[in-house]
Write a protein that binds this ligand. Structure first.
Ligand code: SAM
Length: 264
């Protein structure tokens, strides 16, 4: 479903050639028939993108071959343009990941106030991990107080964006690494605070187990979303996992829930 984050006409279909393996896997898993129909048109017309998808995530190769083979559409120029815009629009979340300067303009990042994170616990002198760090919303806020912050992020263009920010601002205590929440590249009991925003939720139990593994005894796990104008609901899965929560009314009128759990 499109989030209306971008104007699809501003982006080339070749943006897909910048996408990381897990994004290609997500594209292969999208079930919506209309999306699949338009994706087939796009891949049939742009064989370089098809080749890229099949080689970037080889387990998807058979799926994409079949998708293209089954498509009987022979699109004219107008239909191709509609198909490209539809696919780009549906994958707006992935487009902003590979164009982080657009991601930084999204309201949830641009209008977020870092006090919503820094008031959750004492970050001073702490070893901190940000999982699914994105463009570094939480990372750079925590780094102002923490001893150091590891920003773990699977999208290489986002890692590059954070590294450029570190260099530009001469930041000395942020380290950027590749990795996914299900399999974090850190030893057990490494961090005083392990945090994330908009990353937990595909499989709460697996993710929580991994976040707990890398967090020290008596350390904290935090989930701190960005600015939001929607009336969000409490996540029952986080309550079930023993997180405490607090709700605040955001500047744009939404309800935002933050979660924190101290390990034993
Ligand atoms: C909506 S963005 C949020 C970015 C940042 N945490 C924030 O709140 O501003 C989600 C981020 O999680 C990353 N991500 C997606 N799947 C992930 C996974 N399985 N493990 C770790 N990070 C993931 C994405 O690449 C993206 O940078």
């Amino acid at each position: 479903m499109s989030r209306n984050w971008i104007n699809p006409e501003e982006f080339s279909i070749y943006s897909f050639l910048l996408m990381d393996e897990y994004i290609v896997q997500s594209i292969a898993n999208k079930k919506d028939p209309e999306f699949r129909k338009y994706l087939a048109i796009v891949l049939k017309q742009h064989s370089a993108i098809l080749w890229y998808f099949q080689n970037k995530a080889p387990e998807t190769a058979a799926y994409f071959s079949e998708l293209v083979t089954q498509s009987t559409d022979t699109p004219d120029h107008k239909m191709l343009s509609i198909a490209e815009n539809h696919v780009i629009d549906e994958l707006d979340w992935a487009i902003v990941y590979v164009f982080p300067e657009y991601m930084e303009q999204l309201k949830y990042i641009k209008y977020w106030d870092e006090s919503h994170l820094l008031s959750m616990t004492d970050f001073r002198g702490k070893a901190v991990l940000d999982v699914g760090a994105g463009s570094g919303r939480l990372t750079f806020a925590a780094a102002k107080l923490a001893d150091y912050v590891y920003a773990c992020e699977p999208v290489d263009r986002l890692r590059r964006f954070m590294r450029e920010k570190i260099k530009k601002n001469s930041i000395k205590n942020v380290y950027v690494v590749d990795g996914q929440i299900e399999d974090l590249p850190f030893r057990d009991n490494s961090f005083d605070i392990t945090m994330s925003g908009h990353t937990i939720g595909d499989d709460y139990d697996v993710e929580y187990a991994e976040l707990s593994r890398v967090t020290k005894p008596a350390g904290f796990i935090i989930d701190c979303p960005g600015e939001d104008d929607r009336k969000n609901e409490l996540k029952p899965e986080m309550v079930r996992l023993g997180f405490e929560y607090s709700r605040y009314r955001s500047n744009s009128g939404g309800d935002v829930y933050r979660y924190i759990k101290q390990l034993k």
